[in-house]
Write a protein that binds this ligand. Sequence first.
Ligand code: CU
Length: 465
Amino acid sequence: MVSRRDFFMGAGALVGAGLVTRAGAASLPEAPVMSSAATQPPLAPPNGRPYNPVVTLNGWSLPWRMNNGVKEFHLVAEPVVRELAPGMKANLWGYNGQSPGPTIEVVEGDRVRIFVTNKLPEHTSIHWHGQRLPNGMDGVTGLTQPGIQPGKTFVYEFVARRPGTFMYHPHADEMTQMAMGMMGFWVTHPKNPGSMRVDRDFVFLLNNYDIDPGSYTPKVNTMLDFNLFTFNSRVFPGIDSMNVRQGDRVRIRVGNLTMTNHPIHLHGHEFVVAGTDGGWTPPASRWPEVTTDIAVGQMRAIEFDATDPGDWAFHCHKSHHTMNAMGHNVPTMIGVDQRGIVQKINKLVPDYMVMGERGMADMGEMEMPLPDNTLPMMGGQGPFGSVEMGGMFTVVKVRKDQKPGDYKDPGWYKHPAGTLAYEWKGETPQAARSDSAGGQSMPAEGRQGTIEMNVRKPSGHAGHH
Ligand SMILES: [Cu+2]
């Protein structure tokens, strides 16, 4: 008897074979669980039509069993503990041990049967976002099916008709269940494995949480003011890098199940949007970009040639989304000398924090006393010091000597001589300044000398999205 947890003990890669051994044709397929939040190697298909598997950032793909030509998967909706980054865990809801749930990979034309067991305290359902399927398999509680009650198992079955990038999530008490992390990725590979072929194919979801510093469970009523913006329920510096070989054609597929849009930005390379929610975009409709906005509920597949070696930042361009929880709701204190005061207040109010006197960068360096289970708002040690990032930030590492199929982290990039920004060590003359005070193009009307100003004090970080 193999327990769900034992199944993966000691296994470096996940293997679908063996799932069939114990389960007879009329029984439920095994429901493997993943206990780690680390990126797992691609799951090579042990049977069925061949395809080029994807790599889920800080995630994994779900093995299946073949049953008379039908691919059978088993998802278990359940409470999970997810490490958001080393130093912080969250009580989430997810599937098969993690949030997000495992990626499901099938091939165009496959008949797919998914068993969904509910171990949550309330009913649920799964909607297969973006798929063409019989209406009764669409997973909308109340509209196309009754909710799956706690302890019950439902079966969904359809043919994966359209190749492309999809997601799955509940359509039952959505506000709560999505705020708790219930979602997963789905890829339907093209029937011809040579079509749309790339060398590396990464996938992840954008999600967000509102977890008070010092606590473990998301506040599910939050509509907009989230404080943790995550790639696959991970925040920087807990998000793995995407490691590729120089010259690789790289695809990164992103689905957005947060409550706002995210302009996703890649450094050092231009990409094209090769796929959207509706499928592959015709080559003539693609144009080069370095940032693409991904709206709520959308999927985007970007592609680029990894021509330039280096450690290239890849992140959401909303600066508030590259910060962790402690950065929110702190008063702006630029220009205010507050030496010693925070330490004194911290004795009374453990999560009290103010912006640094010279800006927020102080916070990345400073060893602030933090409440338990709370990440600094920005940090991550790079080869040159603190990266001063959190949230939706990671790195694409392009290396000449990364072996094909090798996803290991190659370490920090070693810059060839003459290719690194450096400090000017010569004379620094006084900068020339205009002596006309103010310097506006037209003088203020009717005012000479002193100008009266009404200054409203900045009220901090809250309320911007
Ligand atoms: Cu964002």
